[in-house]
Design a protein around this ligand. Structure first.
Ligand code: ZN
Length: 247
């Protein structure tokens, strides 16, 4: 199959030679793809508007041995809230960086595509911090790194409900009192564990209505951002940018 098409959200774009760009995009059908867009760095290029970061577009592609080529591209959706607000742009950049880092090329993950797209649509409507935490959690679950919240991740003992509990990004979940001495942990309260379970299940759009106390929001940040950084082996650039903005 030489020609193929995909619906995708643009994750990033970088210059390639003088007038071209290499576009990385996350598609519903094929997962992450990379393709060269000839001429799209020129101001007069017709492709230019549809290959900007976070646009949702339909790509018409020619399969290549090393890199695919974008033959045509049609813009399907833009997210004006992201374009008009630096903090929201920062959140979108963070979500895109996570999708890029946690997925392999041509490994379809339509559920993650769906959550990514819904998150972009909710930016500016839902609280940015809670939306970001909900996205991190769903991303971890959908890429096989979902946190264990019910039993100790070392000895598998069921943990008593209603108490403050140690969470370890290294073991990927909670630790019982006798195991928690072995490595750095984050202490979280029962309300935070409840919020995590709630955000992991149910419709994603609940982030529009769920309210959490500031202390729970801070603990969610500690658990999820640290777990993401642990699996990546580095702190995402866009997250540091968001931290500086204070969101
Ligand atoms: Zn244990």
């Amino acid at each position: 199959m030489k020609f193929f098409q995909a619906e995708a959200v643009v994750l990033k774009s970088r210059p390639h030679k003088e007038a071209d760009r290499i576009i990385t995009f996350f598609s519903r059908e094929y997962g992450k793809l990379r393709a060269v867009s000839y001429g799209s760095a020129r101001p007069t290029s017709r492709k230019r508007g549809a290959v900007q970061p976070f646009c949702r577009s339909r790509f018409y592609l020619v399969r290549g041995q090393e890199v695919h080529r974008i033959d045509q591209v049609e813009l399907l959706e833009r997210f004006p809230a992201i374009e008009q607000d630096l903090a929201l742009f920062g959140v979108a950049a963070y979500l895109a960086e996570l999708v890029d880092a946690f997925t392999g090329e041509e490994a379809p993950n339509p559920k993650l595509y769906d959550i990514f797209l819904r998150s972009l649509r909710l930016l500016g409507k839902a609280g940015a911090a809670l939306l970001t935490r909900a996205f991190e959690l769903r991303l971890l679950i959908l890429t096989g790194f979902g946190p264990e919240l019910g039993v100790c991740t070392l000895c598998r003992q069921t943990l008593p409900p209603g108490e403050r509990i140690a969470f370890s990004p290294q073991t990927g979940g909670v630790l019982c009192p006798s195991c928690k001495g072995e490595g750095p942990t984050i202490e979280v309260g029962p309300g935070t564990l409840k919020a995590l379970r709630h955000l992991a299940a149910g419709p994603f759009e609940q982030v529009l209505t769920v309210k959490v106390a500031p202390v729970i929001e801070r603990e969610l940040y500690a658990i999820l951002a640290e777990t993401v950084a642990f699996h990546l082996g580095y702190r995402p650039q866009a997250l540091s940018f968001l931290d500086r903005l204070g969101s």
